[in-house]
Design a protein around this ligand. Sequence first.
Ligand code: PLP
Length: 400
Amino acid sequence: MPGPLAFHPSANIAELRESATIAVSQRAKALKAAGREVIDLGAGEPDFDTPEPIRTAAKLALDKGATRYTAVEGILPLREAIAAEANGHYKGEGKVTPADIVVSNGSKQSLFNACMVLFGPGDEVLVPTPSWTSYYEMVTLARATVVEVHGDPAKGFKVDPERLARHATPRTRGLMLNSPSNPTGSVYSPDELRAILDLAAERGWWVISDEIYVRIAYDAPAVGALDVAGRRDNLIVVNGVAKAYAMTGWRIGWTISAPAVAKAMNAFQSHTTSNAATVSQHAALAALTLGEPVEQAVRAMVAEFKARRDAALPILRASSALTVLQPAGAFYFYLKVPGTGADAGAAFCATLLEEHGVAIVPGSAFRTPDWVRISYAAERSQVVEACSRVARLADAMSAG
Ligand code: PLP
């Protein structure tokens, strides 16, 4: 009898890295299980419940039989609602139609679908850095090459056409954009976004614009690619219900693209997951179409995120040992911590968790290892307390 079969990861996942975000939350959970009190500001998930009118609509849909497969690309009323919303923003060539839309199991699947159908071996993809950890992995899983384009911290790490052009080669095929950004909270202005889209159109690059945080902006409304683009043949706009409507667990995201790209993503998804959960599609439809009762809940959530930002930012800024970006959207603080070495952020996070009971995420997850990310998707008093501990630890480290 041969012995147990040893597992050797396939070439497909040879370069896959474990998510640093998950590693921190696992350690925080272990400490909590051992009886320690931990304030967990690691999660990228709104701490609110899905608004009641959406939950009620989903229950009704279930009772009416929303329990079977749907078309792979999603139910028509949902795609119509997404198209109508998009056309409210887009005034360029070629109106958005339901045929341009593929509904998926979260915007994460939408992003993965897009990377898989657009990029392959030999292609280079520009990734403004820091970016959300999964972009690097998805581009790599598509066997394309990530080209990190580091932004200027003094500009909230935002990139501009000159910086992107400096990293371009004849093999550049596309660009990942994310505004408001996870992890920096930076928001591109209409002019900044337009300038980047103009360059991409001129060079023939695909632009995957991840707009999952577009409803969560504090100082001015955030714009998406369709607000400023004159054409959209090279755009794949990604959005979903997770963050704006506190619907992370329902797993609904979507892409808006040229029909040929949508068709390819649809075929790809037909062999991986088929349609997104039927009841969740009905819940997303309710989120997009119920109007004022839902909009009221969204405004209240955004106002609470803003109140937390405004309460905690001065506490972090009071520490001269920290460099803290001002987030204009999403729900994260991004800050440079004291310490030297290749992974100063991870060392800071480890000490903060083990000795001060606060879980946050090291910037290595976003390819900027001397920074850290604090999520303020937690109760305001907890955010304030945790940020005080972050500032105290930073002060103590820089004094010692
Ligand atoms: N894009 C960004 C920038 C995110 O931060 C996240 C979640 O953290 C996602 C996409 C995935 O969201 P979804 O729950 O829709 O898959």
